[in-house]
Structures are given as structure tokens and as C-alpha cells.
Design a protein around this ligand. Sequence first.
Ligand code: SF4
Length: 440
Amino acid sequence: MDLDRAPKVGFVSLGCPKALVDSERILTRLRAEGYEISPSYDAADVVVVNTCGFIDAAIDESLDAIGEALEKNGRVIVTGCLGARPERILARHPRVLKVTGPHAYEDVMHAVHEHVPPRHDPFLDLLPPPGIRLTPRHYAYLKISEGCNNRCSFCIIPSMRGRLASRPIDAVLREAERLVAAGVKELLVISQDTSAYGADLHYRSATWRDGEYQTRFIDLARGLGALGAWVRLHYVYPYPHVDAVIPLLAQRRVLPYLDVPFQHGSPSVLMRMRRPAHAEDTLARIRSWRAQCPDLVIRSTFIVGFPGETEAEFGELLDWLDAAQLDRVGCFKYSPVEGARANALPDHVPAPLQEERYARFMEKASAISAARLKRRVGSRMRVLVDSVEGGSAIARSEADAPEIDGVVRIKSARGLQAGDWADVKIVSADAYDLGGRLLH
Ligand code: SF4
């Protein structure tokens, strides 16, 4: 290695937004220590692959990415969720230099130091305040905790990532403050179970901006709501204590948007899934939320074809969806994950029937989405521009989280650039997206 130049690290980041935050933290550390991030395999002295191990398809993608990095560079360090199962990686790729598990920032840094020592330069040891983010400059994911205390039968995250470990409220609020000061306009709060935030710390108090905040969901929303950015709450379970946040949504201190992973509408399926809050009357809760905050947008994900799902239970899900009228809906066909308890449940639903139920579910969900979006035609709204190409802009409203929801397309977007706010009149709608005309 040429010691006159900064050592270079290639980085491949796979997986969900939570994994992206892990990647950002590692990149921040690397840059702070004087490493350069290499955009190509060729120029890198070592490649770090941050893997995902959530479902079998993600595991295959991760193993392929490791293979590609080995072939093109040869010096590879693996981290992330799949790293919790090193035997699986080493069986296929025995040449990797090191395998570390999820959130093992220190181990990744040790491995990088061992194989590509940092160049000593005290000026480069300073941590650049906002870190190096992989998301566009105007929005950032804010990870408030790791792990999960729930035991959903289809999920192996608790065994891979451990029990809930919340970050203290003052650390989270300070990070959010730095991000906003660095130009971030939208904060996306993520965790495995946002409403459980702080339970492991017994809701410990801390001081931030001369105020007293507890490490708990409602105080988190209160603190973030004081920053003047869009704050979007993801992975909120419908526990009764979530009701307390609705007034903050209604006042637009945080966005009137909740991502609530309901997963099913049939109590018996939810019981077999061992979902948290499965005994709650979720329809009553949604009705009450909307009564207090009529603009509330609810997004959710569902699993169809869970083991033992009968036609009657699937019908309950469709009826539930009809009644709930959710704005944004994602759907997965159940697929077994190695190590999950649901694998042992009887009566797995055959693939063609899963396919058929998926199609019926999506037909209903997209009809609901289309009807709800149609009601917005003629209204005016403020949007955040994500990208501009060929004079047209792709933007998002309060109702759209990046990557998972719809967009607002603006045809004549003169003078706009990514990260700008724009005021638009909605002129068209389809099943998922809106068309807007720039005002003034
Ligand atoms: S809440 Fe359930 S699905 Fe989500 S991470 Fe925890 S165990 Fe997995």
C-alpha cells in the first residue's frame, strides 16, 4: 500500500433503513480517522460489506455481494445481520478477512485497522459533525434503539439483534439537533418497536435544551417536534400509550403520519403471529386517532398466507382493511425464515393460494389508496423535493415516506433542486402517486 495517500475503504450497504444507519455510523468513523471511501472495488484497499439476514432472499443477496467483492477486490470484511451467523458466510466464502455481527462498529473498525492501518494525521481524527450520510442530504434516519423484546413467531430479529437497547433521550435529541443544523429537513425515526422506546432504561430522565425529558416515546416526539423539521414516526405499535402522541400530530409538531405494522386483521392469526398489542381493538383506536387528527395518514404492512390462515381469517383481514381505510399499505406473502418458530406451525398455505390472496389483498388496498388520493386533487400542499431531472421534480408530501410510499410529480419544476420546499396544487392522482403544479 502506498503510505503517501489516505487508505481507501470500499463500502457495500444492504438491507433495511436500520442497516443503513449502521453503515452511516461506520462510514462516519472511517472518515473521522482519515480513511477515504472508495467508489470502486479496484481502488479500495479493503471492502466492508454490511449484510442483511432478514429473509432468505436477503441472505442470498448478501452472500452474492460478498462473493462479488471477493472476486473484484479480494480483501473483504463482513458485518451486519448476516454476520450473526458467521458459519453460513464462511461455508460459502472462507476467504473473508473477518466476520462481525450487527452493530459491531468497534469490531469493524478493529478489523479495518488490522488489515489497512490508518494514516496518522491528527487533523483527520476530528469527527465531522453530521457524519457521512448515505441518504440524500435533506433527510436522515434517526435510530433510537436496537433490538426488540417482542417474540413474533415469524421473526428472528430478537435472536439476531438481542433485546431492546434504547439510546438515552439526550443522545438522540442531540444527534437530531446536529442533523437539522447540518441541513436535514426530515427526520425518520426508526427502531424495531418505536413505541417501546425507553422501557429498558426505565424511562430514565435527562436534560436537553434546559428541559427535562424522559427516555420514552412521547417525550421523544415532544423533543423532536421542537426542532422545526419534518419528523416521521416509523414502527409504532398500537399500544394505548401511543394515543398521547396524537395531539402532537394534530398540531403538526410531528408529521400527521404513523407507520403502524399491523400485519393482519384477524385476532386468531395475530395470536399465532404472537404480535405485540394483538388484543387491542385496533379499529377503535384508528377511529379515535382520526377523530383527533383528521389529516392523519396511516401506513402499514401485512403478511398474507401465514401458516394456518383460513379463508375465513383472510376474509376478516379484507373486512378489517375495508373498515380501516389505510392510506399506504405494503404486503408480503409469508415465507419461512430459518430459525423462526412459525416454521413449526401446522397447515402452511400453498404458494398458489398465497399468490391468490396477495392479489386479492393488493386489489383492495390499491382501490382504497386510489380513492383516498383522489380526494386530494385540487388541494394545495407543501412538498419536499427529492430529485429533479429533465425539468421535472419528484417530491414528497407529509403523507409520503421516502422509498416506501408514493411521490408527488411536478412537471415544470423550474428553479427547483433536491432538498427544496415547494408549494403545489394537486392536479392528478393515480393509485399511489399524485401530480402537482407549482404555485407562484
Ligand atoms: S416486533 Fe416482532 S417483527 Fe418486529 S423485530 Fe420485534 S419480533 Fe421482529
